[in-house]
Design a protein around this ligand. Structure first.
Ligand code: HEC
Ligand code: HEC
Ligand code: HEC
Ligand code: HEC
Length: 473
């Protein structure tokens, strides 16, 4: 060891100039090159940033998306491509798939609630206003809070009257005011074009979690702009104040606890009488549990990838299923061929779909089991635990079912939750079997036929009208 060191010392002493000179020269070359690259990249970024600044000023509350096109024709044209509504993928796409016809058990699960009347897969941002106006779920008692995630006009109205006042209006009273579908002003500051959170509910939810909004990274903003709307939410109190149930976290257990503590419920189930919670579309929450969020891949990376046109690179504003654009959405990171990527996604989704189907079937039966126990003579007090269990099971199933993407955003998490849902519905059914036995019913109950949407809806109406079929022998 020491001999070696001595040798090295000696050589350096003997030839200092050549050794150091070449090293210095090499370092200088590398440094110059690196600086060049950095300068080029800064210039390019500056060019990109400049390209984003408006040449023609845009009004502070410009809600007409077409008015933004003068400055950003490429982004606007790609946004307009979202007019389409017939692009089906195996489980998604911008296509108004009838979810109740596809899975009639859903009618049973939502019995007594608007979603049992009509439940369609979402199309795209450009259809947001049209679709909410036309759904059978909207009626004279619908509140303005339902407009919140549909239009940039909401940003203007909230600036005018304040969010609390906005939520207090009726849906109908703002029909003439809210006309433009989800657009530029929802995600951008028109002066600088930086990404902006425009919806108070998200700001408030993050603040209640103790997040400092000044410390949000640019990459996180590329998901948070979506989290303004693609989340679970509810209307709090008399004023229907839009609120995210995130105080204890965004996982299903935390949200269930949030709803359970004040005994919150959206409706009373028409078949079982259980106090139910409807999950909306916890896309952001589910995404945060997946591998891509873990590796800092944002919603926009997959749903708004870069696109090149006439030599310029810009963000594709046709927000859609990435499976319709695999080359730009996935293949930039995954060097698998397109068919391989698609089949990987579909096999993940098929697994989640299978888990969902099993949960759905068991939960539907649990609702009938409770109704049967009631027909056999059980009172509300005796049914309390069974009703609690079916509520908890369905809330979990719905967290997975209502989230878009058929579980792709976090497959393990979705299957974990479905397993819990199946187990809770099973416990509910055991509890009902015990109650039925105590009331002298040991024969299997007669489950009615709900194999089509029409049969399921007729069945639901019979329960709502107070003349349900006889379930106990
Ligand atoms: C790693 C890529 C990736 C990321 C990140 C990602 N998604 Fe997705 N998303 C997908 C894929 C794949 C689908 C399934 C599309 C299909 O079935 O056609 C999907 C489906 C969807 C759908 C339903 C689209 C349809 O046509 O059915 C919505 C809505 C959605 N994602 C929103 C989000 C939001 C919001 C975020 C961020 C919180 C996000 N996604 C993050 C890949 C991604
Ligand atoms: C202001 C609210 C709002 C914001 C912000 C928003 N969305 Fe949406 N999104 C909606 C609504 C509403 C729909 C359903 C539209 C319909 O069919 O009625 C939707 C539909 C979608 C769909 C389905 C479209 C299809 O072709 O299948 C995808 C995918 C999607 N959004 C992704 C995103 C992503 C990614 C972001 C963030 C970059 C985002 N959204 C931001 C409200 C919003
Ligand atoms: C759902 C949210 C959302 C909507 C709606 C939206 N954008 Fe964007 N926009 C983004 C995201 C995300 C980026 C990428 C920003 C980044 O990473 O810096 C972006 C980037 C841009 C940029 C910067 C240059 C580029 O292409 O990356 C411009 C300009 C732009 N958008 C214009 C528009 C216009 C015009 C509209 C309305 C027609 C619009 N945007 C609607 C989310 C949105
Ligand atoms: C910005 C880069 C990026 C993009 C875009 C991206 N991914 Fe990924 N993906 C990752 C990373 C990082 C991982 C984690 C595994 C790894 O490090 O290789 C991953 C993991 C995966 C996995 C394995 C998940 C598991 O643990 O089983 C699948 C499947 C996958 N991605 C599909 C997709 C699909 C489909 C798309 C397009 C809709 C997509 N990815 C887009 C970066 C990306």
């Amino acid at each position: 060891m020491s001999a070696k060191n001595n040798f090295r010392n000696r050589t350096t002493q003997r030839q200092p100039a050549a050794w150091r000179g070449w090293l210095l020269f090499g370092a200088a070359v590398v440094a110059t090159f690196a600086l060049g690259v950095l300068a080029a990249s800064i210039l390019q970024r500056r060019e990109e940033a400049k390209a984003s600044l408006p040449l023609q000023p845009i009004a502070e509350y410009e809600t007409d998306n077409s008015k933004w096109a003068v400055n950003w024709p490429r982004q606007y044209d790609s946004y307009r491509a979202g007019e389409e509504s017939s692009s089906e993928t195996k489980f998604g796409g911008a296509y108004p798939r009838d979810l109740l016809a596809e899975t009639p058990a859903n009618v049973i699960l939502f019995a007594g609630y608007g979603f049992a009347k009509e439940y369609r897969q979402a199309r795209g941002h450009l259809h947001a206003v049209e679709d909410v106006v036309n759904t059978a779920r909207v009626g004279p008692t619908t509140v303005a809070t339902c407009w919140t995630c549909k239009s940039p006009d909401v940003v203007r109205l909230m600036a005018d009257m304040g969010p609390a006042e906005f939520y207090k209006q009726t849906f109908d009273s703002l029909k003439g005011e809210v006309t433009h579908p989800v657009g530029c002003l929802d995600c951008h500051d028109p002066k600088t074009m930086v990404l902006k959170i425009t919806r108070p509910a998200l700001v408030e939810a993050l603040e209640r979690q103790g997040r400092d909004l000044k410390n949000i990274s640019h990459q996180e903003m590329r998901s948070l702009v979506c989290a303004q709307c693609h989340v679970e939410y509810y209307f709090k109190g008399e004023g229907n104040y839009l609120t995210f149930p995130w105080d204890d976290g965004t996982g299903i257990e935390a949200m269930a606890k949030y709803y359970d503590e004040p005994n919150f419920s959206d409706w009373t189930h028409a078949i079982s009488g259980a106090p139910m919670v409807k999950m909306q579309h916890p896309d952001y929450e589910v995404y945060t549990k997946g591998i891509h969020a873990f590796r800092n891949v944002a919603c926009a990376d997959c749903h708004m990838p870069y696109k090149t046109e006439g030599g310029s690179k810009f963000t594709d504003h046709h927000v859609r299923s990435p499976l319709l654009n695999i080359a730009n959405s996935c293949a930039v990171c995954h060097r698998w061929d397109e068919e391989e990527i698609r089949s990987r996604v579909e096999s993940i989704q098929s697994g989640v779909r299978e888990g969902r189907d099993r949960a759905e079937e068991t939960i539907a039966k649990a609702h009938f089991d409770i109704a049967a126990a009631k027909q056999a003579g059980a009172n509300d007090e005796q049914l309390k635990e069974a009703r609690r269990l079916v509520r908890e099971a369905q809330l979990r199933w719905d967290y997975v079912a209502a989230n878009n993407g058929m579980g792709f955003h976090a497959p393990q998490e979705c299957l974990r939750i479905l397993a819990a849902a199946v187990e809770m519905a099973g416990q509910c059914r055991v509890e009902c079997a015990r109650i039925l036995a105590r009331n002298g019913v040991t024969e299997p109950i007669a489950y009615p036929d709900f194999s089509t949407k029409e049969k399921a809806q007729a069945l639901m109406r019979a329960f709502v009208d107070g003349n349900p079929p006889k379930l106990v022998p």
